[in-house]
Write a protein that binds this ligand. Structure first.
Ligand code: SF4
Length: 225
């Protein structure tokens, strides 16, 4: 049985990408070495053992954006859903960077229990998940950790969610797409960085021109996490 470092588990509404508006259970993993400058979950970066909680019963006492975490097995994660009476059937594994860990066992169990599973990753690590997992690769701009997005991660994506702030970011995305083998059915979502007005205008125009989707981080507009 594999144990994963878990920052938090909660139910909410998916605010980004293709599944925007979908009720979902979020599993946020601890640990990330990607280093995006505008990251809004910097509390997940460090796996500090002084911040380790004894078990999952402490998770619900945590304040938002806390950098404490606990280890949970795949079965403990599944049982936590029932203990909390979570009702969504859509599970989102996010982080941090969840692909620091092999997610095969966890995704096998959750899919076996009837959940629809989505993974959100930067694409900088090998993706190890059940074949039916919906993979959202979100290549990042200005990764200070010096990591690169792996071509095989882009090719595994069902959805590419790309944060943009200026024209140069669209050119970078075009360049990456040219080098990849993604199918026509892969959804591309542009996400304006930090709800900036000009970025949003640029994203809207590009989505209309190209038939892509707009991802506005709905949760930030309606005050959800
Ligand atoms: S990959 Fe995600 S968690 Fe890691 S730095 Fe970038 S935005 Fe933050």
């Amino acid at each position: 049985m594999i144990y994963y470092p878990i920052n938090e588990i909660f139910q909410s509404i998916q605010g980004e990408g293709v599944f925007t508006g979908t009720p979902a259970i979020f599993i946020r993993m601890q640990g990330c070495d990607v280093g995006c400058s505008w990251c809004d979950t910097k509390n997940t970066w460090c796996l500090d053992y002084e911040k380790k909680l004894p078990d999952s019963s402490y998770l619900h006492q945590k304040s938002d954006n806390s950098d404490s975490w606990t280890m949970m097995s795949s079965m403990e994660i599944f049982k936590y859903f029932s203990e909390k009476n979570y009702s969504p059937q859509h599970v989102i594994i996010t982080g941090g960077e969840p692909c620091l860990y092999s997610l095969l066992e966890l995704t096998d169990i959750l899919i076996g229990k009837g959940y629809y599973v989505q993974l959100e990753t930067s694409g900088t690590r090998e993706i190890k998940v059940h074949e039916n997992v919906w993979v959202t690769v979100s290549p990042k701009i200005g990764m200070r950790g010096g990591l690169v997005v792996l071509p095989e991660s882009i090719n595994r994506a069902n959805e590419i969610k790309y944060p943009i702030g200026k024209e140069k970011h669209i050119e970078d995305l075009d360049c990456m797409l040219k080098k990849s083998n993604i199918g026509n059915d892969v959804q591309i979502c542009l996400q304006p960085i930090n709800q900036n007005k000009n970025s949003t205008k640029l994203a809207i125009k590009t989505c209309i021109d190209r038939g892509w989707r707009l991802s506005v981080q709905l949760h930030k507009y309606i005050g959800l996490k």
